[in-house]
Design a binder for this molecule. Structure first.
Ligand code: SAH
Length: 339
């Protein structure tokens, strides 16, 4: 296993097994996750310890390219992985600090029609070190500390469950990045079986669910995952999650003109979510080449929002950041790779 994907206890055990003192594990953990360094040769570890470390894997991601939005404070990053795969990330600056969008897989196998990340399928899962590397590289390069993380880059986080949980726990570790769980959001297209698992872990993170359609037939057309876990099963898992964690969940709802913006959709959405502790985040569709649909106009979006509010929902419209740099989901990597 990669040394920089390991918990501190695992590193301590690793050194003990190699005839060294356990505290070397804590030292190495701090080196990776507090100092955010990889250059073991320049550490103050002994040559013997360094030679033990060098027999193992350390996974480093590199920033391949940075795109700066001219419209706002958003930056988009292309990262290059050890095997030359590219993933993307977005950094947004708000009054309260930085927020970073993390990729969890190279590509995705969920197949949602409107999403660019999934168009070439899943290449592979990222390791925890590769998710942490996205954070550390940005922080080291810009000299900043990021406080909020949303797992909404390419990939389906719950389809890479164990490494994503490892990433979150490592990011939360007070000897490392020390991020509050409350500042971490997982976004899922609705893997109900994993939502139960997540609920049972009692991890006080935020859960966002990509809903996008309000009845099984239309949702199955748009999001193939609905054929595996239909709205009823999704709802049951979310009710369990809310009961178990007492957290409010967020529904993401990408508005697609004449597809999911009708009165019928409002009524169905109401029936689906009326008894759930939730919040609805409306996302205007970002058109991609492979999905020939449009977003409703600004005023149509506002009317949709007001109608939902009249039903008693708490609704926001996602602010659009970095439009000039293809800041949404999977579009950039694809543009670079397809060229
Ligand atoms: N797989 C996870 C997280 C990645 S996508 C999920 O499905 O939630 C993050 C969000 O962006 C999801 O809500 C997704 O549906 C949405 N999204 C993807 N492509 C989009 C597009 N072209 N326009 C608007 N939203 C999009």
């Amino acid at each position: 296993m990669e040394l920089n994907s390991m918990y501190v206890d695992e590193l301590r055990e690793f050194f003990e097994k190699n005839g060294e003192k356990a505290f070397r594990g804590s030292q190495l953990f701090t080196f990776f996750h507090d100092k955010k360094r990889y250059d073991i040769e320049n550490s103050n570890l002994s040559n013997k310890v360094i030679s033990i470390i060098k027999k193992e894997d350390i996974n480093k991601v590199e920033i391949f390219k940075i795109f700066d939005s001219k419209l706002d404070e958003t930056k988009k990053f292309l990262f290059k992985l050890k095997d030359d795969n590219l993933i993307e990330g977005v950094l947004m600056e708000y009054k309260h600090g930085y927020s970073q969008c993390i990729s969890t897989q190279v590509g995705c196998r969920m197949g949602c029609n409107f999403c660019a990340s999934t168009k070439s399928g899943l290449v592979r899962n990222l390791t925890a070190a590769e998710m942490l590397g996205q954070v550390y590289e940005i922080e080291n390069t810009l000299g900043i500390k990021v406080s909020n993380f949303i797992l909404m880059g390419s990939g389906e986080p719950l389809d890479n469950f164990s490494e994503v949980i490892r990433f979150i726990r490592l990011l939360h570790d007070e000897m490392g990045h020390n991020t509050s769980n409350r500042n971490i959001t997982i976004s899922t297209c609705g893997l109900a079986d994993k939502i139960y698992e997540l609920a049972d872990m009692n991890l006080p993170i935020n859960l966002a669910v990509s809903l996008h359609q309000t009845n099984d037939s239309d949702r199955s057309d748009l999001m193939p995952i609905n054929r595996k876990f239909n709205l009823d099963e999704l709802k049951k898992s979310l009710e369990y999650y809310i009961k178990k964690t007492n957290n409010r969940i967020t529904f993401e709802y990408t508005l697609i003109k004449n597809q999911n913006d009708s009165k019928k959709n409002i009524d169905e959405l109401y029936n689906f979510a009326k008894n759930m502790k939730c919040h609805i985040n409306l996302i205007p569709l970002n058109p991609i080449d492979e999905f020939d649909e449009k977003r409703p106009s600004k005023s149509e979006i506002n009317i949709f929002k007001e109608k939902l509010e009249k039903k008693g929902f708490n609704v926001t419209i996602r602010r659009e950041l970095g439009r000039d740099i293809s800041a949404s989901c999977g579009q950039l990597r694809r543009k670079v790779e397809v060229k």
